[in-house]
Design a protein around this ligand. Sequence first.
Ligand code: FMN
Length: 206
Amino acid sequence: MTSASPSESALAAATLIQTRQTVLPKYQVEPGPQGMALEMILAAAGHAPDHRQVRPWRLIRVAEAARPALGEVFAQALLARDAQASDIEQAQARDKALRSPLLLLAVVDATKGDAQISLNERVISAGCALQNMMLMATALGFASSLTTGKALHDAGLRHLFGLTAGEQALCFLSIGSAASRRPFKPRPSPSEYLSVLDADGLRPHP
Ligand SMILES: Cc1cc2nc3c(=O)[nH]c(=O)nc-3n(C[C@H](O)[C@H](O)[C@H](O)COP(=O)(O)O)c2cc1C
């Protein structure tokens, strides 16, 4: 490692990483990424680490025309969990499908390709792909967020997205323009998550 000042590109990378923040779908508005911007975001996913080129994940974009069907899946999943869910709660569940301009479902395949590649590795690869996309979205001026929810494991959702037996829905990635942003969160410093394994055992990172 050199002790020289960081290069411009290193500083730009640090700024990009530090300015990504979650903007939940309800705070996202049009326009979403289109054309070249959309292509750049989607292509960023393909640069994720991928042991033995299994590409153990895939993405499904939920087009505008399919949002009502996804909303219905959310509402039915809610009713399956709570048959007493009110009309308002069902409407709120449906509304979740309508919120962000670009809505992607990330799916991991636990079995595809080389059986040596564990599910952990596959999920990490998918996480890297998602982070790549969020960083590219940030660089292009868009807001992003990851969301999950109980409906991810619902049979209706699996059917709607055509998931195979070996696939699991991981999370949604929403990208759009920020209607509002929160102040940046305080972030942990390396000393909070890093220790050093030395000849004498573990010691804290200074
Ligand atoms: C896989 C994953 C799923 C998440 N799902 C939700 C969710 O459904 N709802 C939510 O409010 N936050 C969810 N979060 C948290 C936010 O996406 C976000 O990471 C968190 O609010 C921290 O904000 P930051 O990204 O600005 O650090 C999820 C995070 C991850 C990593």
